[in-house]
Design a protein around this ligand. Structure first.
Ligand code: GLC
Length: 644
């Protein structure tokens, strides 16, 4: 049968569409710098030999990642599972008080089972150690990344990476799902605090340092696999909606949201986690949809253009969000470039579905082999025997964390001469959060959300209240949580602690029916401050928050106002800056400077506000002799719903 030539108009249209598609793909790929992979011949040889020794079922086991609550060592053996994870709130024996030795014991059981199934190919256990080894009781919890961004101290961030890796190896694990490299564009996002900054260059610098610290000494059993996450554009979603749509040009996607990945690749990062978010090319007007199905960005850009030789891991059941997929069945995501599928609970179905996909040609064997190669490269890059004892001491780095707290505090308002308070000051402490390690640590602390915990869960922690008592003497510290039972004028100063309720991921999103006014979302905090303000003693207010917030009304009722972020377990880092040293050592003052703008209004949630209260880089040292303490404008009831 002769084929009739297409009508000219249709042929031209098809050509144009194809050419446009090709040029849009080119614009996406060419927006990123070309990099060459650095290959180690001995490692490659070892990988190839191991790969040749695996059958298809074993290969499928390597790419399947169950959660520890849903898999046993026997099943790891029977399915030749190559990697596991514990999610936030996943502990050995479901015991949040499990010791490092118990974590290690469970890891060794899984490891022995895996090596029975695939001799010479170890299992790797991943965990969200995002501000210390935060799932394990007794671990030092560092300030979250938003606070570390305010330090601008890459050496500190690298040291924190090292200390976190040490804690992870002490517990017998191998892989940290950190650092987050989001460049936040809207602070309503519930994961704002996991980001270092709105400044791509700072994210790149600190992200690189974090990976260097985490992965240092991997071969010697000290470091761990780091994870550059969430690739790409997680922090750019419209209205900060978690797992939403990021609208950006290919250039902005690369130069803003991609900046951190270039730093992580420079540091030799071996794993990347895909973002739940979607991407719309705002230049080419093309909706690319969920990142978990995006072959151009995962394979075309990350693996080919940037020469990334490690593995891409999906996020939690993330493949299920790809159109036509379920968490337990998604050949499209694997074909697009995902190498390890995090399928916490439906992993058996995933395993069987994927085996069938390969057998029936929906997933090419070459893709599976590429995925397993990448997994083996990561596995053979770390020494499996921990060089760290399984002790609580190995989980801790309190002096380092105390330094991080000191360097991260940002002073937004200060009556000259008020701080530091005298070494023998008599203080009234108000605000329940002053005695709450949950509020002091934020999300991803012992549990996923971090709010279903009590001080008992942090035996290693020091609340601000405890730190003040240690520093000033218990007799000089009165705690009155709601401020209703005390007369401020009989004290040298009031210390008021206000706080966001801890949150993680989408549960922390500020909904479009809300705004950034802290006193609207936490009215009790405003009531406490109202009870003590202007009653004969100066008020030093600390705000524990995962994001900048609109606080004009609260700052107006304070003589000093400090953005303390989420300091973590080392409350003494706070008193180091609040209180003068008894031995007369010079006061360090406040060295933290904002890595996000601070809002001047309840709807100033953008990273690019024209007139914030404080810009990026803002903050006082506390040593100024002249500062503007004029009352801030306070709309009577700022618009509860911000313009859409
Ligand atoms: C979560 C987060 C990701 C985390 C993973 C495992 O949903 O998006 O950052 O690493 O699941 O807990």
């Amino acid at each position: 049968m002769t084929r009739k030539p297409l009508p000219l108009l249709l042929a031209t249209a098809l050509w144009a569409a194809t050419a446009a598609g090709a040029s849009e793909t080119d614009s996406i790929v060419q927006a990123w710098p070309a990099r060459k992979p650095v290959r180690d011949a001995a490692l490659e040889a070892r990988v190839e030999t191991a790969l040749k020794g695996l059958n298809l079922r074993q290969k499928i086991g390597q790419i399947t990642q169950p959660e520890i609550r849903a898999v046993t060592p026997d099943e790891v053996r029977d399915y030749a599972i190559g990697t596991i994870l514990n999610g936030g709130g996943g502990w050995p024996g479901q015991d949040r008080a499990a010791t490092p030795a118990q974590w290690r014991e469970l890891s060794e059981k899984f490891q022995a089972a895996a090596l029975q199934a695939t001799p010479g190919i170890p299992l790797i256990w991943g965990t969200d150690a995002v501000h210390g080894h935060n799932n394990v009781r007794g671990a030092t919890l560092f300030p979250h990344n938003i606070a570390l961004g305010a330090t601008r101290d890459a050496d500190l961030v690298r040291d924190i990476g090292r200390a976190t890796a040490r804690a992870i190896r002490a517990s017998g694990l191998h892989w940290a799902f950190a650092p987050t490299l989001a460049v936040v564009q809207d602070v309503r996002w519930g994961r704002t605090y996991e980001s270092f900054s709105v400044d791509p260059a700072l994210v790149k610098q600190l992200g690189q340092a974090s990976v260097e610290g985490l992965q240092e000494g991997m071969k010697e059993g000290r470091g761990v696999l780091a994870t550059a996450k969430h690739y790409v554009g997680d922090g750019g979603t419209r209205r900060g909606i978690d797992q939403g749509v990021t609208q950006a040009s290919p250039a902005a996607l690369a130069n803003v949201h991609g900046a951190g990945y270039l730093g992580a690749l420079d540091a030799g990062v071996l794993t990347v986690m895909t973002s739940f978010s979607s991407w719309t090319d705002s230049a080419g007007y093309v909706e690319h949809g969920k990142m978990h199905g995006n072959a151009t960005l995962m394979t075309g850009v990350l693996k080919e253009r940037l020469g990334f030789d490690g593995l891409i891991v999906s996020d939690w059941d993330g493949v299920g969000q790809v159109p036509g997929c379920t968490p337990e069945h998604c050949p499209a995501a694997i074909n697009a470039g995902i190498d390890v599928v995090m399928v916490p609970f439906k992993w058996k179905a995933f395993y069987e579905n994927t085996l069938r996909d390969v057998e029936q040609g929906r997933i090419p064997m070459a893709r599976i082999d590429d995925a397993v190669r990448r997994i083996l490269r990561a596995k053979f890059s770390i020494g499996m025997q921990p060089a760290v004892p399984a002790t609580v001491e190995a989980l801790q780095a309190s002096e380092l964390a105390r330094r991080a707290v000191r360097e991260s505090l940002v002073l937004l308002k200060h009556k000259p001469g008020l701080l530091p308070l005298k070494a023998n000051a008599r203080v009234l402490v108000v605000g329940a959060a002053a005695d709450s390690l949950a509020h002091q640590s934020g999300g991803w602390s012992v549990t996923w959300q971090g709010r279903d915990t009590t001080n008992v869960d942090y035996p290693q922690g020091t609340t601000l209240l405890a730190a003040l008592r240690q520093r000033l003497g218990a007799a000089n510290v009165t705690f009155d949580a709601d401020g209703s039972r005390s007369d401020p004028k009989s004290f040298d100063a009031v210390i008021a602690v206000l706080a966001e309720t801890p949150y993680a991921e989408g549960e922390g999103d500020v909904r479009i029916t809300e705004n950034l006014r802290h006193s609207r979302r936490h009215p009790k905090d405003a009531e406490v401050l109202q009870r003590v303000a202007g009653r004969g003693a100066p008020v030093v207010t600390l705000l524990y928050s995962g994001r900048p917030l609109y606080v004009n009304d609260l700052a107006n009722r304070s003589d000093a106002f400090i953005a303390a972020w989420q300091p973590g377990t080392e409350g003494a880092g706070l008193t180091d800056v609040l209180i003068a040293a008894a031995d007369g050592k010079p006061w360090p003052g406040f060295t933290g400077r904002l890595s996000f703008p601070w809002p001047a209004g309840p709807c100033q949630f953008s990273a690019h506000e024209a007139k914030p209260w404080w810009p990026v880089g803002g903050g006082l040292s506390g040593k100024e002799t002249q500062v503007n303490t004029k009352p801030l404008p306070e709309p009577v009831d700022p618009a509860p719903i911000c313009p859409l």
